[in-house]
Ligand binder design. Sequence first.
Ligand SMILES: Cc1cc2nc3c(=O)[nH]c(=O)nc-3n(C[C@H](O)[C@H](O)[C@H](O)COP(=O)(O)OP(=O)(O)OC[C@H]3O[C@@H](n4cnc5c(N)ncnc54)[C@H](O)[C@@H]3O)c2cc1C
Length: 394
Amino acid sequence: MTQLQATQVQVTQVQASQGQTRTTATSVSPMPQVHDLIARGLRPHVEAIDHGQYPASFMRELGALGGFRQAVPREYGGAGRGLAGTLEVMEAVAAECLSTGFCVWCQTVSAWYVQSSDNEHLKREWLPAMMQGERLAGTGMSNPMKHFAGIEKLRLKATPTQGGYLLSGALPWVSNVGAGSTFAVVAQLEGGAGDSLTADYLMAMVAGDQPGLTLGDGGRFIALEGSSTYNAVFREVFIPDDQVLAKPCQEYIGRIRPGFILAQSGFGLGLVAGCLERMERSNERAGHVNRYLDDGVEELGADYREARRRTFVLAEQIGCGGVPLGPEATHEAVACRILASELSLRASQAAMLHAGAAGYKAGAVTERKLRESYFVAIVTPALKHLKKLQASWS
Ligand SMILES: Cc1cc2nc3c(=O)[nH]c(=O)nc-3n(C[C@H](O)[C@H](O)[C@H](O)COP(=O)(O)OP(=O)(O)OC[C@H]3O[C@@H](n4cnc5c(N)ncnc54)[C@H](O)[C@@H]3O)c2cc1C
């Protein structure tokens, strides 16, 4: 067991001693099988994923193991272990490959939207295939999250029509989508008053193959190329009433927001864990000189453990959702998400400095992690967006 795995076990033990874990005989952790699957079904393919291959069979197998159902209540067929269970799965995947860790977030957070809504049709008919990983699920929520934070205009409009709404507009990037997929969007109702406090909005699940919807080339990125990211153009796409998650949706978004933000810490912390593991490896060869670096395994490891402890404490409070949370939960989720972003940047840089030229070679794990780490800090809510939120509360 590496020092890092040992600290993860310690955190779990601390949570258990504080009565914070909810594992019961009927919600057994799938982590041993998840680690086996990562070793056999993900590790050998990470380079291909970095070059654009979507990890389809890994995602399907992870779904079959229960990887996406951890935070879904048992009454809807979930494991009922809460957000902490989701975070454990995401961390383990992202420690190996951030692109795939992000896809795990997309899949699980989409299930989070459905389970948190009042839409029984989506819960019965769509949720099972989403949490099983049989249906890819994405989330086009960057634009609305930025809109509600006063950063940009909403890009989708909804026109009421018989039995539903016609959606028009475009989203620049939606990940983890493709044939047979579904993803969540927010649209502003035509004729609404215009600003984010007074206008009427709806949030809905869209099917990737609905008439009028085009999933096009989203361009090339420096990392995350295997995340199946597309540009989504809507031309009067008909959304029936039974695909609507909430209308109006501002109160509902307030409910799903802490879980949405905190869950992203799962892939950030996973990346940090992966970097710490690279640093430990580099130290086997060059520890005698690496020890002069400011950010070593000890310093970074201590900050990582504290960030992870805070993240899991909040995750246990949020559980499977459905519990009333005050504004402090959102504030703490934002603080944890900031820690995950800043630690990701620090850890990938420290890993590179530890590895030296071996890590600087094209195709080295360390150079991939350096590219990946910036994604943690730029995906919505980006570090600048999170800091803007914090500034508005002080
Ligand atoms: C790999 C990857 C995957 C992503 N997956 C998702 C996803 O699944 N769901 C989701 O909702 N968002 C996704 N995003 C978007 C992401 O969350 C951010 O919203 C996006 O990176 C813009 O944030 P920003 O802070 O740079 O925006 P700002 O700096 O505020 O830029 C404002 C806006 O300008 C537009 N823009 C800027 N540059 C370009 C460009 N070159 N081409 C097109 N438009 C541009 C974008 O709309 C952007 O939101 C993804 C981004 C990347 C890089």
